[in-house]
Design a protein around this ligand. Structure first.
Ligand code: MN
Length: 133
């Protein structure tokens, strides 16, 4: 399916570099790596990334296609639709990904910060994910 673009931003290639931190198939197309890095991330239905933390810099999600979710640790998941903007503060444990029955795409903006890094944690289990409405 990824041969067809979901939005005006090309889907790009399978996200092999980060596959170990995802459940299901995702695609990554770095739109720019100079200044502020911005990647176009596409999730197949049911695909989501592991719980993770952006240290120091945080992340901004700009939703471009499909339906998905964003969840912070200890809080209910939020539904995401095209046009939604999610400001993820640094040091907040969270995940993002597709709905079970829909592709999803967002631009991921890495907020630049001195010494920033990503910490990848445990997967979002089928039991947790299966409870989402
Ligand atoms: Mn994130």
């Amino acid at each position: 399916m990824a041969e067809q673009n979901l939005s005006v931003f090309p889907t790009g290639e399978k996200n092999d570099a980060f596959a170990q931190y995802f459940i299901g198939q995702s695609y990554l197309n770095m739109l720019t790596t100079s200044g502020v890095p911005i990647g176009n991330v596409t999730f197949e239905p049911g695909c989501r990334n592991n719980w993770h933390i952006h240290h120091k810099g945080g992340q901004i999600l700009l939703c471009t296609a499909g339906r998905g979710y964003y969840q912070e640790w200890g809080k209910p998941a939020q539904k995401l639709h095209p046009g939604d903007v999610v400001n993820i503060p640094p040091e907040v444990k969270h995940w993002h990904g597709a709905a079970p029955d829909s592709w999803f795409q967002h631009l991921a903006v890495e907020v630049p910060a001195e010494g920033s890094s990503n910490e990848w944690l445990e997967p979002v289990t089928d039991a947790e994910y299966g409870k989402l409405k």
